[in-house]
Design a protein around this ligand. Sequence first.
Ligand SMILES: [Zn+2]
Length: 242
Amino acid sequence: MKNLLGDADLIAHFLNAQGEHLKGRIQGGKRINRGFGYEVGDQLEIEYSIQEGQDFIKLSHHQGLRIQSSPRGYRAMLALSLAMELISRMAQRGLAEGGLFDLLQQNLTFTWDREHWASNLITLIWRLLTLSGVQIRYQACLSCGQPSFIGSLEEPKFRKSAYRLIPTEGGIQCERCAGAGNWGAPMIKLLWLLDQGQNLAEVPEELLYSMIRDLLDYLPQHYQFTLNSLPLLARELGWQHH
Ligand SMILES: [Zn+2]
Protein backbone atom coordinates (compact mmCIF):
# COMPACT_ATOMS: atom_id res chain seq x y z
CA MET A 1 0.00 0.00 0.00
CA LYS A 2 2.97 2.23 0.50
CA ASN A 3 3.27 2.86 -3.23
CA LEU A 4 -0.21 4.23 -3.69
CA LEU A 5 -0.34 7.87 -4.63
CA GLY A 6 -1.35 10.12 -1.75
CA ASP A 7 -3.56 13.18 -2.09
CA ALA A 8 -0.65 15.51 -1.56
CA ASP A 9 1.73 13.64 -3.85
CA LEU A 10 2.81 14.96 -7.21
CA ILE A 11 3.89 13.12 -10.29
CA ALA A 12 6.68 15.07 -11.93
CA HIS A 13 7.96 14.50 -15.44
CA PHE A 14 11.61 15.05 -16.22
CA LEU A 15 13.65 15.07 -19.36
CA ASN A 16 17.27 14.19 -18.67
CA ALA A 17 20.36 15.27 -20.58
CA GLN A 18 20.21 12.09 -22.67
CA GLY A 19 16.73 13.03 -23.80
CA GLU A 20 15.07 10.26 -21.80
CA HIS A 21 11.74 10.83 -20.16
CA LEU A 22 11.56 10.08 -16.42
CA LYS A 23 8.69 10.14 -13.98
CA GLY A 24 9.03 10.74 -10.29
CA ARG A 25 6.60 10.56 -7.43
CA ILE A 26 7.13 13.51 -5.13
CA GLN A 27 5.74 12.66 -1.74
CA GLY A 28 3.82 15.57 -0.26
CA GLY A 29 4.73 17.69 -3.30
CA LYS A 30 1.47 19.59 -3.19
CA ARG A 31 1.82 20.72 0.41
CA ILE A 32 2.44 24.42 0.54
CA ASN A 33 5.34 24.39 2.95
CA ARG A 34 7.07 21.29 1.73
CA GLY A 35 5.98 21.67 -1.87
CA PHE A 36 7.96 20.85 -4.94
CA GLY A 37 7.99 24.48 -5.99
CA TYR A 38 9.12 24.18 -9.58
CA GLU A 39 7.36 25.09 -12.76
CA VAL A 40 7.19 23.48 -16.13
CA GLY A 41 10.38 24.27 -18.04
CA ASP A 42 12.62 24.86 -15.02
CA GLN A 43 16.03 23.26 -15.17
CA LEU A 44 16.90 21.11 -12.16
CA GLU A 45 19.75 19.08 -10.88
CA ILE A 46 18.41 15.84 -9.49
CA GLU A 47 19.87 12.76 -7.91
CA TYR A 48 17.77 9.68 -8.35
CA SER A 49 17.76 5.95 -8.33
CA ILE A 50 15.84 3.55 -10.50
CA GLN A 51 14.26 0.47 -9.02
CA GLU A 52 13.48 -2.51 -11.13
CA GLY A 53 9.83 -2.99 -11.91
CA GLN A 54 8.86 0.52 -10.85
CA ASP A 55 7.64 3.23 -13.15
CA PHE A 56 8.84 6.00 -10.91
CA ILE A 57 12.36 7.07 -10.14
CA LYS A 58 13.26 7.72 -6.52
CA LEU A 59 14.46 11.27 -5.96
CA SER A 60 17.10 11.69 -3.32
CA HIS A 61 18.01 15.30 -4.04
CA HIS A 62 16.75 18.13 -6.19
CA GLN A 63 17.90 21.68 -6.72
CA GLY A 64 16.79 24.38 -9.13
CA LEU A 65 19.45 25.52 -11.59
CA ARG A 66 17.46 27.85 -13.81
CA ILE A 67 14.04 28.95 -12.80
CA GLN A 68 11.54 30.73 -15.01
CA SER A 69 10.68 33.98 -13.35
CA SER A 70 9.02 36.42 -15.75
CA PRO A 71 5.32 37.13 -15.32
CA ARG A 72 3.41 35.25 -17.95
CA GLY A 73 -0.27 35.72 -18.12
CA TYR A 74 -2.73 32.95 -18.80
CA ARG A 75 -2.11 32.36 -22.51
CA ALA A 76 1.64 32.28 -22.11
CA MET A 77 1.28 29.78 -19.30
CA LEU A 78 -0.97 27.56 -21.43
CA ALA A 79 1.45 27.82 -24.34
CA LEU A 80 4.42 26.88 -22.20
CA SER A 81 2.61 23.87 -20.76
CA LEU A 82 1.70 22.80 -24.26
CA ALA A 83 5.29 23.21 -25.44
CA MET A 84 6.54 21.07 -22.56
CA GLU A 85 3.94 18.43 -23.22
CA LEU A 86 4.93 18.31 -26.87
CA ILE A 87 8.58 17.86 -25.98
CA SER A 88 7.69 15.19 -23.46
CA ARG A 89 5.52 13.30 -25.99
CA MET A 90 8.29 13.36 -28.52
CA ALA A 91 10.73 12.10 -25.87
CA GLN A 92 8.39 9.30 -24.86
CA ARG A 93 8.28 8.17 -28.45
CA GLY A 94 12.02 8.30 -28.83
CA LEU A 95 11.80 11.03 -31.45
CA ALA A 96 14.59 13.48 -31.99
CA GLU A 97 16.35 12.36 -28.82
CA GLY A 98 19.65 14.04 -29.47
CA GLY A 99 18.22 17.48 -29.94
CA LEU A 100 15.44 17.60 -27.38
CA PHE A 101 17.52 18.50 -24.39
CA ASP A 102 19.21 21.30 -26.32
CA LEU A 103 15.82 22.52 -27.36
CA LEU A 104 14.68 22.52 -23.77
CA GLN A 105 17.74 24.49 -22.75
CA GLN A 106 17.21 27.03 -25.52
CA ASN A 107 13.64 27.28 -24.42
CA LEU A 108 14.84 28.54 -21.07
CA THR A 109 16.26 31.60 -22.78
CA PHE A 110 12.90 32.43 -24.35
CA THR A 111 10.70 34.88 -22.53
CA TRP A 112 7.28 33.31 -22.20
CA ASP A 113 5.11 36.35 -21.69
CA ARG A 114 2.12 38.02 -23.31
CA GLU A 115 4.16 39.46 -26.10
CA HIS A 116 6.25 36.46 -27.06
CA TRP A 117 4.36 33.29 -26.31
CA ALA A 118 2.94 32.75 -29.81
CA SER A 119 6.25 33.24 -31.61
CA ASN A 120 7.99 31.05 -28.99
CA LEU A 121 5.47 28.28 -29.40
CA ILE A 122 5.56 28.29 -33.17
CA THR A 123 9.37 28.38 -33.21
CA LEU A 124 9.46 25.45 -30.85
CA ILE A 125 6.97 23.43 -32.89
CA TRP A 126 8.95 24.13 -36.03
CA ARG A 127 12.18 22.97 -34.40
CA LEU A 128 10.48 19.82 -33.18
CA LEU A 129 9.28 19.12 -36.70
CA THR A 130 12.77 19.66 -38.06
CA LEU A 131 14.42 17.57 -35.34
CA SER A 132 12.09 14.66 -35.92
CA GLY A 133 12.63 14.78 -39.65
CA VAL A 134 9.12 15.91 -40.56
CA GLN A 135 9.12 18.53 -43.25
CA ILE A 136 6.54 20.83 -44.68
CA ARG A 137 7.67 21.51 -48.20
CA TYR A 138 6.29 24.96 -48.80
CA GLN A 139 8.62 25.88 -51.65
CA ALA A 140 6.50 24.41 -54.44
CA CYS A 141 3.17 22.76 -55.17
CA LEU A 142 3.40 19.00 -54.59
CA SER A 143 1.35 18.26 -57.72
CA CYS A 144 2.36 20.65 -60.46
CA GLY A 145 5.68 21.75 -59.02
CA GLN A 146 5.01 25.45 -59.44
CA PRO A 147 7.17 27.35 -56.94
CA SER A 148 5.29 29.27 -54.25
CA PHE A 149 7.61 32.22 -54.78
CA ILE A 150 9.38 34.18 -57.46
CA GLY A 151 13.09 34.93 -57.24
CA SER A 152 15.62 33.21 -55.02
CA LEU A 153 14.97 31.49 -51.69
CA GLU A 154 17.20 34.14 -50.08
CA GLU A 155 14.94 36.94 -51.32
CA PRO A 156 11.66 35.37 -52.29
CA LYS A 157 8.55 37.16 -53.44
CA PHE A 158 5.59 34.95 -52.57
CA ARG A 159 2.92 34.24 -55.15
CA LYS A 160 -0.67 35.07 -54.38
CA SER A 161 -2.44 31.74 -54.28
CA ALA A 162 -4.62 29.90 -51.79
CA TYR A 163 -2.62 26.85 -50.85
CA ARG A 164 -3.72 23.80 -49.00
CA LEU A 165 -1.58 21.82 -46.58
CA ILE A 166 -1.58 18.12 -47.44
CA PRO A 167 -0.64 16.53 -44.10
CA THR A 168 -0.13 13.01 -45.45
CA GLU A 169 2.37 14.29 -48.00
CA GLY A 170 4.09 16.89 -45.86
CA GLY A 171 3.66 19.62 -48.41
CA ILE A 172 1.31 22.09 -50.04
CA GLN A 173 -0.84 22.16 -53.15
CA CYS A 174 -1.73 25.25 -55.13
CA GLU A 175 -5.31 26.30 -55.78
CA ARG A 176 -5.24 25.13 -59.40
CA CYS A 177 -4.42 21.60 -58.22
CA ALA A 178 -6.39 21.35 -54.98
CA GLY A 179 -9.01 24.09 -55.16
CA ALA A 180 -8.86 27.09 -52.88
CA GLY A 181 -7.12 26.31 -49.62
CA ASN A 182 -6.78 28.44 -46.51
CA TRP A 183 -3.08 29.25 -46.74
CA GLY A 184 -2.37 32.51 -48.52
CA ALA A 185 1.04 33.95 -49.34
CA PRO A 186 1.51 35.32 -45.77
CA MET A 187 1.29 31.77 -44.35
CA ILE A 188 3.87 30.53 -46.85
CA LYS A 189 6.06 33.47 -45.95
CA LEU A 190 5.72 32.58 -42.27
CA LEU A 191 7.02 29.06 -42.98
CA TRP A 192 9.90 30.61 -44.85
CA LEU A 193 10.68 32.90 -41.89
CA LEU A 194 10.65 29.90 -39.56
CA ASP A 195 12.78 27.86 -41.91
CA GLN A 196 15.33 30.66 -42.16
CA GLY A 197 15.29 31.25 -38.41
CA GLN A 198 14.17 34.85 -38.94
CA ASN A 199 12.60 37.16 -36.41
CA LEU A 200 8.81 36.87 -36.21
CA ALA A 201 8.20 40.23 -34.56
CA GLU A 202 6.49 41.67 -37.65
CA VAL A 203 4.12 38.74 -38.15
CA PRO A 204 0.53 39.55 -37.14
CA GLU A 205 -0.66 37.60 -34.08
CA GLU A 206 -3.65 36.14 -35.89
CA LEU A 207 -1.37 34.62 -38.50
CA LEU A 208 0.77 33.03 -35.81
CA TYR A 209 -2.32 31.58 -34.16
CA SER A 210 -3.53 30.10 -37.46
CA MET A 211 -0.20 28.47 -38.12
CA ILE A 212 0.09 27.17 -34.55
CA ARG A 213 -3.33 25.65 -34.94
CA ASP A 214 -2.50 23.96 -38.22
CA LEU A 215 0.86 22.68 -37.02
CA LEU A 216 -0.66 21.39 -33.78
CA ASP A 217 -3.14 19.56 -35.90
CA TYR A 218 -0.43 18.16 -38.09
CA LEU A 219 2.26 17.01 -35.68
CA PRO A 220 0.15 14.87 -33.31
CA GLN A 221 -1.68 13.37 -36.28
CA HIS A 222 1.61 12.43 -37.80
CA TYR A 223 2.78 10.72 -34.62
CA GLN A 224 -0.62 9.66 -33.36
CA PHE A 225 -0.73 11.25 -29.98
CA THR A 226 -3.12 13.65 -28.36
CA LEU A 227 -2.14 16.71 -26.39
CA ASN A 228 -3.92 17.01 -23.07
CA SER A 229 -3.10 20.69 -22.73
CA LEU A 230 -4.38 21.65 -26.18
CA PRO A 231 -8.10 22.00 -25.36
CA LEU A 232 -7.42 24.75 -22.84
CA LEU A 233 -5.43 26.83 -25.31
CA ALA A 234 -7.95 26.09 -28.06
CA ARG A 235 -10.75 27.33 -25.84
CA GLU A 236 -8.82 30.43 -24.86
CA LEU A 237 -8.21 31.31 -28.53
CA GLY A 238 -11.76 30.46 -29.55
CA TRP A 239 -10.82 27.59 -31.87
CA GLN A 240 -13.74 25.47 -32.91
CA HIS A 241 -13.36 21.73 -33.02
CA HIS A 242 -12.79 20.40 -36.46
ZN1 LIG B 1 -0.25 22.93 -58.32
